[in-house]
Design a protein around this ligand. Sequence first.
Ligand code: PMP
Length: 348
Amino acid sequence: MYDINNLLRKNIKNLTPYSSARDEYTGEASVFLDANENAFGSPLDTAYNRYPDPMQYKVKIRLSEIKGVPARNIFVGNGSDEAIDILFRSFCNPGVDNVIICPPTYGMYQVSANINDLEARKVLLTEEYQLNLEGIAEAIDERTKLIFICSPNNPTGNSLNRDDIETLLANFNGIIVIDEAYINFSRQKTFIQELTEYANLVVMQTLSKAWGLAGLRVGMAFASEEIIEVMNKVKPPYNVNEASQQLALEALNNVQQVNGWIKETLDERDKLVLTLKELPFVTDIYPSDANFILVKTTDAKGIYNFLVQHGIIIRDRSKVELCEGCLRITIGTPQENKILLSTLQQYK
Ligand code: PMP
């Protein structure tokens, strides 16, 4: 049975989180002499002399409207990379607990596990890049706290079978983290609506991809109130800076522009796939539900180096498990994709 109290690290369960005087004060005030800020102002126009809202209330209210979940079920982080790290630090005892990852997948799960001195048990995806449920069941023991699932998956681009994920959610006593960084490009539905069904579910999303705000570093986790409370306790007090909060809020009011870019990205992806398929050194292109494609080639390193010489950077994934010979290519603007294709056509 899933029970958050059995999962939490003891030191976190008993933790008194950092609290500023301003958090405790709920009335109206106009003189703030509590946080050792510069009371005179900042060299900039905006009131950056003040610390940002530690709970990012306005951003969460807007996210709540867009995503259809209450603000109390939302965590906002300095990128979703921060959410990954906070989940490890909340639930996994260093040197003792383990987590499960399903390579080929996003590299940060392994790195973050290493930083936190945690064993990341690898259960490879199947040849079809789907979850190996039997392998996962075998890898789980009483010290397994988290399972990371990336869907659509980076670097393969495909979405993972929904029934498989639900099977895990229903049977695993720990927490299932579904990383939906690329969900806006996907034909699949988000798992956010399943939060009421599964107490052990964390869904991560980000403003770094479809929303076009990788530079702001804003990522989200959606989960039960209990899990969000823990993450809020563990996070640094002012983890999302004032500029990022203001700009994220402004951007979140511009859904239409983002939807236009998503559509254009998908159109460009289809066109790129058709042309790439014609190239003699391309042996396979995997179906993508994301804003990138995984392309199998006869000479990944040679093609990668050739493109670098022409000022084009893609990602060589040929050394990654189950990705032999593969390159990962992000979908660019029509102009960028044209440059990529005309350069590739010169490759021999
Ligand atoms: N998850 C996946 C699957 C990603 O590919 C990335 C970025 N490459 C992230 C999370 C990190 O996102 P963020 O910029 O929000 O930290």
